[in-house]
Design a protein around this ligand. Structure first.
Ligand code: ADP
Ligand code: ZN
Length: 728
């Protein structure tokens, strides 16, 4: 090009830009200079601007001269290529618009704005003319040279903020700017080195090898409760740290993270970065950027952490991989465990799935050799597996209206008498799941949902657990008019706690459910109180079932082991087994042996028998046979289509038309439409269709071909759930 020649038009580039909005595909924009995939830009969109990401070549349907210009953000941030590929993959697999998947990566422009520095105060050379004991205390605190905010100094020196401000005015303290957050310190792989037992050591050796090999592969770390799966996979984390790679650890619930963070810090010297919905906007920005820059080496998070911009991911761990909480049920519907495997494959790094009760899918993959199967058969440190016994409620029943049978009460008395702790588990919130008129049998149901209202006695309210509707118990029955006729039917945790207190008035009881513990902080406090033995008996819903380690807990009572066993869903047995086995696994994790008592009306049931026999695999093998025979996952594929809307007739019509339009294909069956289990939810009528295909069939292609041909009425919402785990 000659000097002074005008810049040819072709120097400007065009590219497709994906916007984090519900649009079909990328839009073309032009750029002042070359634009690489992943470049984060601001793109004009109608009268506004939107954040966007350069996604690929321009489609070219609009003339270049008519295109608007997109401008890269300050500093030219670029999303890692692996993340862009992952977004495309998730979108195509789940039939979600790619922009909506991108929206899980890019929440707001704020993530790219500079952080606001904090002001801290440090001690200067000037000695104030007037010295008081309060001022002295502040200066003593500040003597270590660390910068602190005014409130921090006031608290530490036990003075009013005014005293601190006085010292600032006198020049004895001066202000400096601090970064908004302290930078993440890299965890130290050699901070402490636990002594692994033989099986742990073998598993750790294989995991380290997988990390060092730097290739994709999945390992199922299948160890009994208390076998030290965490200590074992920490060795893989250590290896990733040494290799200069980042690690992502997924946990199913934030409530589980506190104990986890402490254990991590004990092993690696610092806490890892955290990612979950309870972070403030600023904390999110900080973590997001630290992941992108590589400053955060290890991230522990909920399922959405899968969408963080790791640039050198070397290991993904999914703890409690069987948990249903990994399935995101709204917005983009995806299973975080399955997508973690996908991200690992895209990034070319190993994935570790850990559980004492793996999902049947993972179990089958491990058995067939697709996944490496690493087993830990024994609890760590000589602790033995708890003894599980059934209490047959058809024989051993207490007074009517009581829910703790005589044998369970006896066992509680023995445990408390020995100064040990107990846990009672019932997977039902509130006081009673059903309120019934004793005169006419009228049941109190939610006006917006086809569901019973649940009594919450502490709050003196009836509550719908689906839509949040609340009301007082009516003074008389709306159907028959009888006054004071309502009675509580069946137990919730509050009612069990009431009964327990009446039998053991001296014992210190805590109730753990999402109604009594508001947010992760309260949950953590309850867990700490249990760990520190400030609680004798913890009565709770599934919150208490998960990964906690309470060394002094020796008795676990399951109030109703039959709950959830008969709802006809293909994973009902598997889930009941997993949940109860996990609950049982809380007992006797240290020196003292544990006892688990499960109250049931069906002691002969296969799940109950599997729980008392130590032969877990026999149960899994039987389940495998059932699933194979039924061509159910993982031996066949499922996808659900849910139609919903306020206009019930429109929803039902849409269901019929949709079923009629279903293409005929070999190896594909379409069931429905049928009213969903909750046929009314939040005021919306719901109908479901289920597609079942042979394993080899591309179910996404089938769905696309089908759905492109039908347009349900505007008032009807259509949701696709590939690999559904909930059949409600
Ligand atoms: P799991 O997750 O398999 O149920 P954990 O990882 O919680 O089991 O381990 C149970 C307990 O045993 C924890 O308190 C853990 O710190 C301890 N533990 C396990 N392995 C070791 C080890 N090699 N050295 C020291 N403590 C260990
Ligand atoms: Zn409701």
């Amino acid at each position: 090009m000659k000097d002074g020649a005008p810049k040819p038009e072709s120097q400007a580039e065009c590219a497709g830009v994906l916007l984090p909005l519900p649009l079909v595909g990328a839009y073309d924009y032009k750029f002042a200079r070359a634009a690489v995939r992943g470049l984060v830009v601001m793109a004009p969109l109608g009268p506004r601007e939107s954040l966007g990401v350069v996604w690929g070549k321009a489609e070219g349907s609009v003339a270049e001269s008519k295109l608007k210009e997109a401008v890269p953000l300050e500093g030219d941030p670029v999303l890692p290529a692996g993340l862009c590929d992952f977004v495309d993959w998730v979108a195509q697999y789940t039939l979600t618009l790619p922009g909506l998947v991108l929206a899980m990566v890019l929440r707001s422009r704020q993530a790219f704005e500079p952080e606001t520095p904090r002001i801290g105060y440090v001690k200067g050379q000037i000695v104030p003319a007037k010295m008081t004991p309060s001022r002295r205390r502040v200066l003593d605190v500040a003597a270590d040279g660390l910068a602190r905010s005014i409130p921090q100094l006031a608290v530490e020196a036990n003075v009013t903020p005014g005293v601190v401000r006085g010292l600032v005015d006198a020049g004895a303290l001066y202000a400096i700017e601090l970064p908004e957050f302290a930078p993440f310190t890299a965890p130290d792989p050699g901070f402490t080195q636990p002594l692994l037992d033989t099986e742990q050591d073998l598993a750790a050796h294989l995991l380290r090898g997988a990390v060092a090999g730097g290739r994709f592969g999945v390992s199922l770390l299948d160890g009994v409760t208390g076998s030290g799966k965490t200590e074992t996979y920490f060795e893989a984390v250590a290896e990733a740290l040494r290799a200069g790679k980042q690690t992502l650890i997924l946990l199913p619930e934030i409530a589980l993270t506190v104990q986890f963070l402490d254990r991590f810090a004990a092993r690696f010297g610092v806490r890892p970065a955290e990612w979950h919905s309870d972070l403030s906007q600023k904390e999110r920005r900080h973590v997001w950027r630290a992941v992108l820059s590589g400053e955060a080496r290890v991230v522990v998070g909920a399922r959405s952490a899968l969408f963080l911009p790791f640039k050198e991911l070397g290991l993904v761990i999914v703890d409690e991989e069987h948990e249903q909480a990994y399935k995101q049920e709204d917005g983009a519907i995806y299973h975080a465990r399955d997508m973690a495997v996908v991200r690992g494959r895209i990034e070319g790094c190993p994935v570790v799935l850990a559980s004492a009760t793996p999902s049947l899918e993972s179990y089958v993959n491990a058995k067939s050799g697709r996944y490496a199967h690493l087993k830990l058969h024994r609890r760590y440190g000589g602790a033995v597996m708890p003894e599980v016994r059934l209490i047959d409620l058809t024989r051993a029943r207490g007074e009517p209206g009581t829910f703790l049978s005589p044998p369970l009460r006896e066992a509680l008395a023995v445990t408390l008498g020995a100064g040990e702790q107990a846990m009672l588990f019932l997977n039902r919130r509130g006081y009673a799941p059903l309120t019934l008129c004793e005169a006419c049998g009228h049941k109190l149901v939610c006006p917006n949902c086809s569901a019973w209202l649940v009594e919450h006695r502490y709050r003196k309210r009836l509550v719908c657990h689906h839509c949040g509707y609340e009301t007082a118990i009516p003074p008389q029955c709306p159907q028959c008019g009888t006054a004071g006729s309502f009675a509580a039917c069946g137990p919730g945790v509050e009612r069990v706690a009431e009964e327990f207190r009446s039998v053991f008035p001296e014992a210190r009881v805590a109730i753990a459910s999402s109604d009594t513990l508001h947010g992760p902080l309260e949950t953590q406090a309850a867990i700490r109180a249990m760990s520190k033995r400030e609680t004798d008996v913890l009565i709770g819903t599934q919150i208490v079932a998960k990964g906690h380690h309470f060394p002094q807990l020796t008795l676990v009572g399951v109030v109703d082991a039959d709950l959830g066993g008969s709802d006809g869903d293909l994973r009902a047995r598997e889930r009941t087994f997993q949940l109860l086995h996990q609950v049982a696994g809380r007992a006797g994790r240290a020196e003292k042996p544990g006892l688990v008592l499960m109250q049931t009306r069906n002691p002969a049931d296969a799940v109950m028998q599997a729980l008392i026999s130590a032969d877990r695999d026999a149960f899994y093998d039987q389940e495998t046979i059932y699933r194979r025979t039924a061509h159910a996952p993982p031996f066949g594929r499922l996808a659900a289509i849910i139609l919903s809307g306020h206009d019930g007739d429109a929803v039902r019509t849409a269901g019929r038309l949709l079923a009629k339009a279903a293409p005929q294909a070999r190896g594909v069956k379409v069931w429905g439409p049928t009213p969903a289990f909750y046929s009314l939810l939040r005021g919306q009528t719901r109908e479901r269709l289920l597609v079942q295909t042979e394993k080899a069939i591309d179910v996404q292609a089938y769905l696309r071909a089908w759905l492109v041909a039908v347009k349900p009425a505007k008032s009807v919402r259509l949701t696709v759930d590939v690999d559904p785990v909930s059949f409600f």
